[in-house]
Write a protein that binds this ligand. Structure first.
Ligand SMILES: [Zn+2]
Length: 125
């Protein structure tokens, strides 16, 4: 399908943040919420063996943890609310932002992986 096609060099940041295929920039990279598609539906790039593993989770834990702990301390110092307020505020916020950030980081890491280790995708160099 794509053997003799030359693909333009795409920005890993742009394709990753948009969760698009790192080769063509048009096909969707993720299905359901966080699963990597087996194959790009536009260019046919095999993505089945190139999940980003725990890399995105590490970045999300570090980034979101620092931000939320800082905000929780600020809320506690400013208003000293009961614990159920903390639970009602932080659990939904952490859950929602984790999913959003995991999609972004996963897309960028897979795009960077494709750009720097293209031969592992059977795409030549
Ligand atoms: Zn593609």
């Amino acid at each position: 399908m794509t053997d003799n096609h030359s693909w333009p060099a795409l920005s890993p940041l742009a394709t990753g943040l948009a969760a698009r295929c790192p080769r063509c920039g048009k096909g969707r990279l993720l299905e359901k919420v966080l699963d990597v598609r087996a194959r790009c539906d536009v260019c046919g790039l095999d993505l089945s063996n190139h999940d980003s593993g725990d890399g995105p989770a590490v970045f999300v834990i570090l980034f979101l943890g620092a931000v939320v702990v800082g905000l929780a301390i600020a809320l506690e110092v400013a208003f000293a609310p009961p614990m159920w307020i903390h639970a009602a505020v932080w659990i939904p916020l952490i859950s929602g932002l984790s999913i959003v950030l995991l999609r972004l980081f996963k897309g960028v890491l897979i795009a960077l992986h494709y750009r720097n280790l293209r031969h592992e995708y059977g795409d030549g160099c």
